[in-house]
Design a protein around this ligand. Sequence first.
Ligand code: BDR
Ligand code: CA
Length: 328
Amino acid sequence: MSDAHGTRTPVVLDCDTGVDDACAILLAALHPRLDLRAVTCVAGNASLADVVRNTLTVLQTAARPDVPVGVGARAPLLEKPFEARHVHGADGMGDLRMPPSRLSPDPRHAVELLRDVIDAGAEEGNRVTLVPTAPQTNVALLARTYPESFARLGRVLFMGGGARVSNATAAAEFNVFHDPEAAAIVLDACAEHDVPVGMYGLDVFYVPTVTRRDVARLRAVGSPVASLASGLVEFACDRFRSEEATIGDAGAVAMLLRPEAVGTQRLPVRVELAGTWTRGRTIVDLRDWSGDMAHDPHGLAATQVDVALTVDGPALADEWLRTVGGFA
Ligand code: BDR
Ligand code: CA
């Protein structure tokens, strides 16, 4: 995304790479209107070590050795790690048997890398957009460790939660379920520091899809990026025995490029930290607050979030496909 002066939008992804995180990194690394300044890694879909390895593989394939990769938290703040290899494969990224990357992680911890990149963006007058596509452990640690840097973020757009849809449990989405405290801390920090926050949750996550026909088109391109992209999509189609697969986390990045394709509503959001069956649920308050809601003992949630509720799936999927396929 470019501003009025044609500047590319500086973005940082915080990932648990992951099949669909890999799709998100490819889009952020390759799109001409995005300036990917770092990728930070956190345990989630797979162990931290696997996530880091997968992230380095994707960046090498994208010919972006210049993007620093920060190694972050190896476990959620309170919970035990709860991996999703049953969705993402034994190696966490589609078991594509790719050669090991020659790239190495940045020597800074993810939290320090986030701090430095955010500060640099603010100092040059081009604030960073942070896109967490994973449990928000690193982001919460940033908010607690360097609140003055957190406050200098331009925006947080996270993949997580859902107003009406869930997946990890009947109530909760995987990223928020994996580290509910972290998600709650980040929402609080956004309110405290006036950082605009958007939620690209499960209400829209499954809508932008690509098909086995797109896999064949990508394969025909034959570039390293298109081959990786085709392998990721094919794995997801096979995994769910389907003719199509969601671009998943990549939809959140595509939303930066095509904001008009996503219908959002600014709504109060909390994270359920207690419930027996509902821990990790995002409580999105869809009520009409114009009436007198004084009877609600909880009052209005502190954080107002731009919640994605509708999406033009083909528009976002097309943005991804054109970028990774190099199609005009
Ligand atoms: C989220 O969970 C992970 O498995 C995906 O990478 C995505 O970030 C969807 O609930
Ligand atoms: Ca993810």
